[in-house]
Design a protein around this ligand. Structure first.
Ligand SMILES: CC(C)(COP(=O)(O)OP(=O)(O)OC[C@H]1O[C@@H](n2cnc3c(N)ncnc32)[C@H](O)[C@@H]1OP(=O)(O)O)[C@@H](O)C(=O)NCCC(=O)NCCS
Length: 117
């Protein structure tokens, strides 16, 4: 996919103050609490001529829920139906259906299956 374009489903909810960097993917049913921020440049290539900007946009999969004030680092995938606690720093991929929280994130539980699609 061309990382210069965002791919943000219409069927998402984003609360106030979210900042989504270029190229981020947000799939159907995802929820972003207030002030969720994504990043896409791991080593901050600003003014580093020998270090070209290679965008690594995060991906937020279907029905994932992101707590307010979460920072999502470049290139991570937040799995389907997962839940990220408020104020987390997401430094690595989040497995589908898991609950994670903290800085850096750690697993604190699993999302209960409700049977809804
Ligand atoms: C992550 C969350 C879903 C966990 O809720 P829960 O399943 O009821 O879990 P608990 O409150 O029992 O906490 C489980 C453990 O995770 C820790 N924890 C919970 N939330 C945390 C957070 N946001 N950051 C860091 N640690 C957290 C708890 O301290 C506890 O640790 P311990 O076992 O060492 O005591 C919840 O705390 C949270 O952050 N929800 C997001 C709220 C939000 O942003 N809503 C946006 C819309 S308004």
């Amino acid at each position: 996919m061309d990382p210069s374009h965002d791919l943000c489903s219409d069927k998402t909810r984003q609360r106030s103050g979210c900042y989504l960097t270029r190229g981020v993917i947000v799939e159907d049913g995802a929820f972003l609490g207030p002030r969720v921020v994504t990043m896409n440049d791991r080593l901050i290539s600003h003014l580093r001529l020998n270090q070209p900007f290679v965008p690594k946009p995060p991906r937020i999969c279907r029905k994932a829920r992101i707590g307010g004030g979460t920072l999502i680092l470049p290139g991570v995938t937040i799995g389907e139906d997962s839940l990220v606690g408020a104020g987390s720093v997401v430094t690595r991929d989040v497995p589908p259906g898991s609950i994670v929280a903290g800085n850096p994130i750690r697993r604190v539980g699993a999302v209960e299956k409700t049977g809804t699609s």
